[in-house]
Write a protein that binds this ligand. Structure first.
Ligand SMILES: Cc1cc2nc3c(=O)[nH]c(=O)nc-3n(C[C@H](O)[C@H](O)[C@H](O)COP(=O)(O)OP(=O)(O)OC[C@H]3O[C@@H](n4cnc5c(N)ncnc54)[C@H](O)[C@@H]3O)c2cc1C
Length: 387
C-alpha cells in the first residue's frame, strides 16, 4: 500500500515531491496559458536538469549506462506522485529507457542501445498491425544469407515520423516459406532503409503523433534481431509489462488529481448560494470517485510488490491492474467533469485535456478486452493468476 512503503522508496517519493514543489511548479508558471503551445526548449531543458540533480532522470535507465535501474515499486511510486501533480513538464522528468533493446549486446548495443541512452538516437515501437479488408498477412521476414528481408505493414507507431529506427515484431519464416514459421522476432529497422515507406502521419485525441508504415522487402542484417528468433513476442510482452505498470501508475496519479480538483470545486461557493458539497446527490458521486481511486491505488501497489518479488509471475496481475486503473480513471475524470460543470470542457481546461488523455489509455499497451481475454486464458488454460 502507498502507506507502508520501504523507507528507501518513501524517501524517493518525498524527493519527487520536493522536485515538483520546489523546481517544476515554479518553472511551469513560466509557461504560456495556452496548454497546446509548445514548451520552450530552455524550460524543457531546465526541467530535465532539475530532474537529473534530484536523481529522478536516471531511475528509468540501466545501471551500466549510469542509471539507477529502479525497481518496480520505486518507479511506480515516483511515477504516480509525478502524475498526481498534473504538470505539463512531467514528460521531461524521466530519461529514455532501453525498451525492448534492454538486453541488446554486441553490434546492436553499440549501434542502437548506446546512442539511444545518450539521447542521440530515438526508437519507436512497431507492434500493431493494420486491420481492414486490404490488410496483408502479419509482417514477416525471410532469411537471405546474413540478412532478413522484411515485408508487411505496421499501424499506429507513436513517434514514428521522427524516430531513427523501429523495433518491430515480425514473424520469421523457416526456409520453406510462410507455412513454416520459425518464430517471432523483434528486429531493428532503420527509418531510412530502402523499402520503408511512411504511408500516413496522424494525431490521436490525446495529442500523440503516430504513423502507419509499409515495409517492402526491407533488408536488415541478421544482427538487428534483438536476442534470438523465437523470442520476439516474449520480449515485446516483457517490455509491454513494464509500460503497463507505468500507464497504471499514471492513471492513479490522474485519478488523485481529479478527485482533489473536484473536491475543491464542490466545497467552494456556488451560484445557488449553497455549496455543491452540501447536496447529498453530489456527495454520492464524490464518494464513488474516492472509492474507485482507493481501489485503484490499492491494486497498483499490491501488483508493484508482486512484480518486484516475482517478475514474470505477475503478468496476469499487471494486465488486471492496467485494465482496472485505466477504466476507473476514465470514470473518475468523467465524474469530475460532471461535477465541475460545462466550463471544464472548454478547450484549455485541465479536465478537458485529461478527459481526452485517459481515453487512449484503454488502448495503449493492449486494449482492455484483449487483456481480459488473456487473463481468462491465463487462468483457464495455464492455471495462473491470483485473486
Ligand atoms: C495513443 C495510442 C498510442 C499507440 N501507440 C502504439 C505504438 O507506439 N506502437 C504500436 O505498435 N501500437 C500502438 N498503438 C496501438 C494499440 O496498441 C492498439 O490500438 C491496440 O493494441 C488495439 O488494436 P487495434 O486498434 O488494432 O484494435 P482491434 O485489435 O481491431 O480491436 C478493437 C476492439 O475489438 C475488440 N476485439 C479485438 N480483438 C478481439 C478478440 N480477440 N476478442 C474479443 N474482442 C476483440 C476489442 O473490444 C477491441 O478493443 C497505440 C494506440 C493508441 C490509441
Amino acid at each position: 500500500m502507498p502507506e507502508s512503503l520501504p523507507t528507501a522508496v518513501a524517501v524517493l517519493r518525498d524527493q519527487m515531491q520536493s522536485l515538483i514543489d520546489e523546481q517544476l511548479r515554479p518553472l511551469e508558471e513560466q509557461l504560456s496559458d495556452d496548454p497546446t503551445a509548445a514548451v520552450p526548449a530552455e524550460i524543457a531543458q531546465a526541467a530535465r536538469e532539475h530532474s537529473r540533480q534530484a536523481g529522478m532522470w536516471a531511475m528509468t535507465q540501466p545501471a551500466d549506462f549510469g542509471g539507477v535501474e529502479a525497481g518496480t515499486l520505486a518507479l511506480t511510486t515516483v511515477r504516480e506522485t509525478l502524475s498526481a501533480a498534473n504538470l505539463r513538464l512531467g514528460r521531461y522528468v524521466f530519461g529514455p529507457g532501453p525498451g525492448v533493446l534492454a538486453s541488446a549486446e554486441g553490434q546492436l548495443r553499440d549501434a542502437y542501445l548506446e546512442p539511444a541512452m545518450r539521447g542521440e538516437k530515438r526508437g519507436a515501437f512497431a507492434f500493431t498491425e493494420p486491420t481492414g479488408a486490404d490488410a496483408p498477412r502479419p509482417t514477416w521476414a525471410a532469411r537471405d544469407g546474413d540478412e532478413f528481408v522484411i515485408t508487411g505493414r505496421k499501424a499506429f507507431v507513436t513517434g514514428g515520423a521522427t524516430a531513427d529506427y523501429y523495433t518491430a515484431l515480425v514473424n520469421v519464416e523457416a526456409g520453406d516459406g510462410p507455412d513454416q514459421p520459425e518464430g517471432t522476432a523483434m528486429i531493428v529497422i532503420d527509418r531510412e532503409s530502402p523499402g520503408v515507406t511512411i504511408e500516413r502521419e496522424f494525431r490521436s485525441l490525446e495529442g500523440g503523433d503516430h504513423i502507419a508504415m509499409r515495409l517492402e522487402a526491407v533488408r536488415v542484417p541478421a544482427w538487428h534481431v534483438v536476442g534470438k528468433v523465437g523470442e520476439g513476442m516474449p520480449r515485446a510482452l516483457r517490455n509491454i509489462g513494464n509500460v503497463r505498470m507505468s500507464v497504471a501508475a499514471q492513471a492513479c496519479g490522474i485519478a488523485q488529481w481529479s478527485v482533489g480538483f473536484a473536491e475543491d470545486h464542490i466545497t467552494s461557493a456556488h451560484r445557488t448560494g449553497q455549496r455543491l458539497a452540501d447536496r447529498e446527490g453530489v456527495r454520492l458521486r464524490y464518494a464513488e470517485m474516492r472509492i474507485n481511486a482507493f481501489a485503484m491505488r490499492s491494486m497498483l501497489y499490491r501488483t508493484a510488490r508482486l512484480v518486484e518479488e516475482g517478475g514474470d509471475d505477475a503478468v496476469n496481475e499487471v494486465m488486471a491492474t492496467k485494465v482496472f486503473c485505466t477504466e476507473q480513471v476514465g470514470q473518475i475524470v468523467d465524474q469530475a467533469v460532471q461535477l465541475c460543470g460545462g466550463g471544464s470542457l472548454i478547450e484549455g481546461h485541465p479536465l478537458e485535456r485529461l478527459y481526452r488523455e485517459v481515453r487512449s489509455m484503454r488502448f495503449i499497451e493492449g486494449a482492455s478486452d484483449i487483456l481480459r481475454i488473456n487473463i481468462a486464458r491465463g487462468r483457464i488454460e495455464f492455471d495462473s493468476g491470483r485473486l
